[in-house]
Each structure stands twice: as C-alpha cells, then as structure tokens.
Design a protein around this ligand. Structure first.
Ligand code: P5A
Length: 438
C-alpha cells in the first residue's frame, strides 16, 4: 500500500478526550473515530488489526473443534422472556420496538439464541458434545463507556457455546476453551493470567476471567508472583487428550480479581504476592442447565432416557483486545505491534519522494517485498523526513526500511526494528532477504 493513497488520518496532538494510552494512540494513529459515546468507526488501519486478531481467534477456535457460525445482532425479546433474563438484564440492554410493536433487543450476548437453535436441531446424544461460536457485534448500554474501545457500548465479541450430556463432559469442553484461550493470547504476544471470577448476569458455578496486567486496567487483582514468570510458549496441543493437567498448572496458584480476593490467604503469601491492575480480555463460564432447562434443550441418551444438556459460554473481547495489546506494547513514540497482528509487516520510508532515483529504488523494493507475500506500507508522501519518521514510529509497524539518496547511491538502506530500536545499514538485497526470511 502506498501511504499517499491510503486513508490514514494521523494526529500530531494528543486528543483531549483520551484518558488512557491505547485510546490516545488509536486516535492518533488513525485507527478509530468515535461516532457517539462508546460507539466507534474502524478506519482501514484499525480495521486491519481487528481482522488480524479475529483471524487468530478463528484459527484457534477451529483448531479445538469449535464450529463457526453467525447469529444476528437483533433478537426477539420473547426468547429472553423464556429464560427469565429479559427483566433481569436491566438498563444495559438496548430495547427496541419494531413496526408491529414487537419487543426486540440488540444482543448483549447470545446464550438464549444459541440454545433455541440447538434445541430445535439436536435431539440425540449422538450429536453431543457440540461446540459453536460466532464473532458478532454486541451492544451493552454501559453506565460509563470509557477508555475508547476497551469499554465500548458497541463492541466485537467472540462468543462460543458448549452443549454436553452432563457436567462432567461439560468440564472437558470448558478445559478445551481454557487451553485454546491460552494459545490465543500467547499468539497475540500477551501474558495473560486466568483468574477465578464471579459470574454476574451470565450465571453458573464455574468461571475464569483472563486478564493482562496493565497500569490502566479496570480491575484491581492479586496473584502469586510465579504468574509473572510463567512462560506459555506456543506448543502443540492435542485437544482430545486430558487437558486437566495444563488447566491445573494455571489454577492451583493464587490469582483473584477484586471481587474474589481472599485477604486472609494473601496475608500468608508474603513476598510472593503481587497486586496490580488488569484488563479482562476473556471470560469463560460453565452454567449447566441455567438456559437449557427453561428453554427445554433436551436430548435422548443411549438408553432412551431424556436429559437436559449441560452448557457453558466462552467470550473473547475482540475489539477490546486491540486496545489491550497497545496497553501492553508501546513506548513514548507510539505503538509497537506484535508481528502476528501488525497491519503491515514493513514500513518503507522513501526519504526523498519526488527524486527519481529514490522513487524507483523504493518502488523496486516495494514490488520485491510484495512479490514475496509481505504486506508493506510505503511512505511516498512528499513531506519532510522528520514527519515520516514520527508517523512510522507512531503507527508501530514491526520493521522500518529506510531509503534515502545518500545510501541508495551505493545500493544501501537502513533497517530498523521498531521493538528493539536496533538499526542496521545493509544492501538492498540483504534487507529484502532478511525481511522475507524473518
Ligand atoms: C461469554 C460469551 C459473556 O458475555 N456470554 C457469551 C459470556 N461474557 S462477558 O464477560 O460479559 O464478555 C466477554 C468478553 O467481552 C469483552 N467485553 C467488552 N469489550 C468491550 N467493551 C465492553 N463494554 C465489553 N464488555 C465485555 C470482555 O473482554 C469480556 O471478557
């Protein structure tokens, strides 16, 4: 992509409305614009990141045997009356009336809807367990939407649902999601801590939140210091194997969100205790028959008996993650994207756009990189070099390939790593080779 033809409205000044770094940087880097309180438009640069995160979530959910589908944003109120949540949900639910005076709502979550679909389609134990997910916009009329996309009113969530014959098998499904989530966050370059959590309006008796530590986090958390050193390397997982030992590795040490903290236990931990602030990037629940019972989701067993299915639901805050990754990965100059979700891998800076030799050398590199399948953003704008450097640092692409007339005379360019700040002068060929190999 040529920057001169791209829609990237960067801002030099810090926007006054942004209280946290990620919100400030997302506005400055031309990723989002607020449309009304807690509701955002995603501009091309931000949308690319959002879709890259979505892709990783999809790959990992598919890998654990969860099937993607898509449910609508607007739901009928009657379904929520069946579960008893229509009145219980309160003012966070956006209620709408259609032209026939039917009560509708903009879905804050989809437990009822998926249970209805399952109930009408599945009658036999042969089709259970069943794991389904979708990635869809949700609306929650939050009292205090804030911190940009981190606490929005409209936000993108991956929500998955499990249906099992009994709670024991439900636990196996729960563990699959638990481990799949560890993989998702590791691929996003995030160090995440699973914590026993309250279940709130979703309900149930077993629940974990996945939090990343950040100064601007909304929850005050406490955990054993070992979590900070725990290295969740990406490793192959056989989702059909017993995942309990992996889950235990993360749940036997103390970690708790504010509402679950056990101060008495904490007093025994001494120097091993860490208190910090955290951002919740995922939340999983096992709630058994809370929805399947009132909605009548029953299947026949091998013996011909009928049982009410045991369910769980599993959420990832896809749009919140964009902000969370920035909170975890930035410096004074701007964002530092992990390669896995960077909107472009390379920013190619033409230091003298308009100069024939520079333009043609840059175009050559641009084409070579693109041919090698690398996403490049070439800054070919006719502005001062200082502005190009500042914008490139701000938008945080992993590699900067810098080309000016002086170096190009000898076929040389500079390659800068955004995360480490390391710079290296090298020939055009070696720069291209390094970028295509990394
Ligand atoms: C689990 C999936 C649920 O809704 N039902 C379906 C369950 N859980 S949850 O914890 O309420 O939300 C799941 C994740 O969504 C993100 N999230 C938000 N992101 C941005 N703005 C919001 N207002 C918001 N509310 C929730 C969080 O990452 C949460 O973990």
């Amino acid at each position: 992509m040529r920057l001169s033809r791209y829609f990237l409205p960067t801002l030099k000044e810090n926007p006054a409305e942004a209280q946290v770094t990620s919100h400030r940087l997302m506005l400055r880097a031309g990723m989002v614009r607020q449309s009304s309180a807690g509701i955002y438009s995603w501009l091309p640069f931000g949308y690319k990141v959002l879709m890259n995160i979505q892709r990783i979530v999809e790959e990992e959910q598919d890998a654990m045997g969860c099937h993607q589908m898509l449910m609508p944003t607007i739901q009928a109120a009657d379904l929520w009356r069946e579960s008893g949540r229509y009145d219980a949900y309160g003012p966070e639910m956006l209620r709408i009336r259609d032209r026939h005076d039917r009560d509708m709502l903009y879905g804050p979550t989809n437990e009822e809807q998926i249970t209805e679909i399952f109930r009408d389609a599945v009658k036999s134990y042969r089709d259970v367990p069943s794991l389904l997910y979708h990635i869809q916009w949700k609306f929650r009329d939050e009292v205090r939407p804030r911190f940009g996309v981190m606490r929005g009113r409209e936000f993108l969530m991956k929500d998955a649902y499990s249906f099992d014959m009994d709670d024991e098998s439900g636990r196996i499904s729960y563990n699959k999601f638990f481990v799949s989530y560890l993989r998702i966050y590791a691929r996003l370059g995030l160090k995440v801590i699973p914590m026993a959590a309250d279940t709130g309006p979703i309900g149930g008796d077993m629940s974990h939140e996945f939090l990343i530590l950040a100064k601007t986090g909304e929850s005050e958390i406490a955990c054993h210091k070992d979590f900070l050193e725990m290295d969740w390397a990406e490793r192959e997982i056989d989702f059909d194997s017993d995942l309990q030992p992996i889950v235990d590795q993360f749940t036997t040490k103390y970690a708790a969100t504010d509402e679950k903290r056990d101060l008495e236990h904490e007093s025994t931990l001494g120097d091993d205790l860490v208190t910090a602030r955290g951002i919740e990037v995922g939340h999983i629940f096992h709630f058994g028959t809370k929805y399947s019972d009132p909605l009548g989701a029953r299947v026949t067993t091998a013996d011909g008996d009928e049982v009410t299915v045991s369910m769980g639901s599993y959420g990832v805050g896809v749009s919140r993650l964009v902000g969370a990754v920035i909170e975890a990965s930035h410096d004074d100059d701007g964002i530092i994207w992990p390669e896995s979700i960077a909107p472009f891998k390379v920013g190619l800076i033409n230091l003298k756009s308009g100069d024939e030799a520079c333009d043609s050398a840059c175009l050559g590199m641009y084409n070579d990189l693109r041919k090698a399948g690398i996403d490049v953003l070439m800054d070919d704008r006719e502005i001062r070099a200082g502005g190009k450097f500042a914008d490139m640092d701000l938008i945080g692409l992993p590699w900067q390939l810098i080309a000016g007339p002086r170096g190009l005379k000898d076929g040389m360019v500079e390659l800068k790593n955004r995360a480490t700040g390391e710079r290296e002068d090298m020939s055009i060929d070696s720069a291209i080779a390094k970028l295509t190999a990394s």
